[in-house]
Design a protein around this ligand. Structure first.
Ligand code: TRP
Length: 361
């Protein structure tokens, strides 16, 4: 069976380092592994509209931001097909048929939906489009017969729901859909990178994100102001690692080779952590190290972005070409789905003959 990746992001803002360690970095590695037959990376504008329907301009403005972030991280249009969700209308058509296979109570039990409803104060009145977005996400995945969905951990319930829909479809009709598997980071820090203020959720409104497009000095300022250990007042005090954002970011970003380059007195992160816990290691020194590590990671991304920004129409051309390819693949699956469901009347000469025969006698 061929190995196919589909994944994507809602274009509600620029992508940040949480997206990077949670999924983007992995996508680029998978892309370059050469192990996948097809890779589809989707800008999920239709999904973003389910809770931003009053503000389509925000979504419209952020399509290019996400595309630039993707390409500057190393997603290469020659290897990965980048496309825009809303421009593949086959996806909405699939959603309509999958809706028959899901109950309201099952959607209500989806932990991600539950959580997001709370976050958005939708408890009293949930827009139907938002409520049903897991079904639409199933269409995104199955339209491309994706086997592998690299996502952040918060998306696991979505993939579980997609698998259920696939099983139900394949049981009732015929086994044409592929059950996808989620691929999430194995590193705990990458699963849930906190904001720079130590809060669990990175969000634009909290101002606690480091964006991939941030300038070097902005990144530095954000790192220097990062939340650490409030009990670590003097350098000589023993420091704590739990909830210490600087160390969580080091867990997500730093490799042994960074020590050789920037902090050769330590062999690796464990040694640094031990010193911090013993006392005698100041926050500033750790922050300066983190800054070196992150600048090294982000600098090539930032400079690629600057190059890409010089020719925005070319980026839209990439999205357009990718969308054409995606539409063709989705149309193929939709046609299989419809014939499996026996809603392919005009292509079915046998049906027409049968119906005629019924009235001949
Ligand atoms: N829900 C994803 C997010 O919040 C975006 C998304 C839409 C997606 N459809 C998808 C991710 C299909 C993986 C597969 O970013």
């Amino acid at each position: 069976m061929s190995k196919i990746i589909l994944t994507g992001d809602r274009p509600t803002g620029r992508l940040h380092v949480g997206h990077y360690v949670g999924s983007l970095r992995r996508r680029v590695e998978l892309q370059n592994s050469g192990e996948y037959d097809k890779i589809y990376i989707m800008i999920a504008d239709a999904q973003a509209l389910t809770d931003n329907f009053e503000n389509p301009e925000k979504i419209r403005q952020n399509i290019i931001e996400v595309a630039l972030d993707y390409m500057s991280c190393g997603l290469d249009p020659a290897k990965s097909n980048l496309f825009i969700q809303s421009q593949v209308s086959e996806l909405t058509e699939l959603t309509f048929y999958y809706m028959n296979l899901v109950t309201v109570s099952r959607l209500q039990r989806n932990p991600t939906v539950k959580n997001e409803i709370q976050l958005r104060n939708f408890e009293a009145s949930i827009p139907v489009g938002f409520f049903t977005y897991p079904i639409s996400q199933t269409s995104d995945i199955t339209a491309f017969k994706a086997t592998t969905v690299p996502v952040g951990e918060d998306q696991l319930p979505m993939i579980e729901q997609a698998r259920e829909i696939v099983r139900k479809f394949n049981t009732i009709y015929a086994p044409v859909l592929v059950e996808p598997e989620a691929l999430i980071p194995d590193n705990e820090a990458c699963k849930r990178l906190p904001g720079t203020d130590g809060k669990a959720k990175m969000s634009k409104s909290l101002g606690n994100c480091i964006y991939l497009a941030d300038e070097a000095d902005e990144v530095k300022t954000k790192i220097m102001n990062m939340y650490t250990d409030p009990l670590h007042l003097k350098v000589s005090d023993p420091g704590h690692l739990e909830g210490n954002t600087v160390f969580t970011y080091l867990d997500a970003f730093c490799k042994d080779e960074h020590f050789e380059r920037y902090l050769p007195e330590y062999a690796n992160l464990n040694e640094l952590k031990e010193h911090y816990q013993r006392g005698g290691l100041g926050d500033m020194k750790v922050k300066r190290f983190l800054n070196n590590v992150m600048q090294e990671t982000l600098e090539p991304i930032r400079s690629r972005r600057k190059e890409l920004e010089k020719d925005i129409p070319a980026v839209f051309d990439v999205l357009k070409a990718g969308t054409d390819v995606a539409r063709e693949a989705a149309a193929q699956t939709l046609s299989e789905v419809k014939s499996t469901m026996r809603i392919n009347y005009f292509e079915d000469a046998e049906l027409i003959r049968q119906q005629a025969a019924k009235y001949e006698a």
